[in-house]
Design a protein around this ligand. Structure first.
Ligand SMILES: *Cc1c(COP(=O)(O)O)cnc(C)c1O
Length: 350
């Protein structure tokens, strides 16, 4: 697709295009110095560290993410987890009861839930047997009301990355937004698609601090896209969607990249060891290759094995009800001690 064929103004909802965003006290006064007297936001004046509203644009955190990920600040939007970022995309671009999206089962369940919440039809096109997007079938489902296509790579729950050539074909032939969910990118051997934002104006990349960065509890999701797309999302986001404690904690972690990388290395080592051991378990029929921090395995009877593990105090995810995932269990890679408990339990099962 040439850039000429992509018209962002045709994708955005009319009401959003017309919307005048809420202007907060912090938006209206930006020339901020610590020693000023702030009587503009009806805050409690007694300092306890969080008595002031947080920075609605999270400038400091974005600047550090910008240099770490090599994406300009005006091409970054932060949210209360990537789930909020995904919801903002629906609300900005999908007209309820009119528009549709395409998802590729088996995949992350939130896309479908968000589609239902926003009254958007979800056109499902199964992945191939080796869990790759079926480009031709996907493009056949596209009509003028198709606003977004969700590609989860590495994909949850199948753990594989999608082939770059297929993603490029979709970026070049679909005129809506191609959202690449990279929640697991830090465990992958692939480069982030965020490096391709200049080439593809319809590309949106989401990441999160919930997985490799170990901060699921603080809720910090990241969206990378063109400055134009980010400006639209900024219009509709709640002004203070990322709280002060989250901004502080996320910044500390982003500045401590060595610890993050060490944990990722340890998790990858554990993952590869666990994959090998799983293959030796007599009721495990297949262990899928993983580019993430979890392993999908096919077993003889997933419901039975799931219950047996619960009785031994180990909770895994039964993915059997998902398309192409009959009798599969998804194992998150834990600490070496936790994985050892899992392995011992698996070896005891009859
Ligand atoms: C875990 C996960 C997320 C993370 O969502 P957050 O709201 O940022 O915690 C996003 N996408 C996929 C595919 C995931 O598995």
């Amino acid at each position: 697709m040439s850039t000429l064929n992509f018209h962002l103004e045709k994708l955005v909802r009319d009401n959003v295009a017309r919307l005048k965003p809420y202007s907060s006290a912090r938006d209206e006064f930006k020339d901020f110095h610590e020693d000023m007297v702030f009587l503009d936001a009806n805050e409690n004046p007694y300092n306890n560290g969080v008595n002031r509203y947080p920075d609605p644009q999270q400038v400091t955190l974005k600047q550090h993410l910008s240099s770490l990920k090599r994406v300009p600040v005006d091409q970054i939007l932060l949210g209360n987890g990537s789930d909020e970022v995904l919801d903002l995309l629906f609300r900005a671009f999908c007209e309820p009861k009119t528009d549709n999206i395409i998802t590729l089962p088996p995949t992350y369940g939130m896309y479908g839930v968000l589609a239902d919440t926003n009254a958007i039809a979800n056109r499902e096109v199964l992945l191939s047997d080796d869990f790759q997007p079926q480009v031709h079938q996907i493009l056949e489902q596209v009509d003028h009301q198709t606003k977004m296509l969700f590609l989860c790579s590495p994909n949850n729950p199948t753990a594989n990355s999608f082939e770059g050539e297929r993603i490029i074909q979709l970026l070049e032939n679909f005129r809506g937004l191609v959202v690449v969910d990279e929640a697991y990118i830090d465990f992958s051997t692939e480069e982030s698609w965020a490096s391709k934002l200049q080439e593809y104006p319809n590309l949106v990349v989401t990441q999160t601090l919930s997985k490799a960065y170990g901060l699921a509890g603080i809720r910090l999701g990241i969206c990378y896209a063109s400055a134009e797309i980010i400006a639209i999302l900024n219009k509709i986001k709640p002004p203070y969607n990322v709280n002060e404690l989250t901004q502080k904690r996320a910044l500390e972690r982003v500045l401590d990249n060595t610890s993050v990388q060490n944990e990722i290395t340890a998790i990858l080592k554990e993952r590869d060891a666990l994959s090998k051991v799983l293959l030796e378990v007599y009721f495990v029929e297949k262990v899928y290759p993983s580019e993430a921090n979890f392993i999908l395995a096919k077993v003889d009877d997933a419901n039975k094995r799931y219950e047996q593990l619960i009785k031994r105090g180990i909770v895994v995810r039964n993915r059997s009800t998902q398309a192409l995932c009959e009798n599969t269990l998804r194992f998150t890679v834990g600490t070496s001690e936790e994985n050892q408990k899992l392995i011992s339990a698996l070896k005891e099962l009859v």
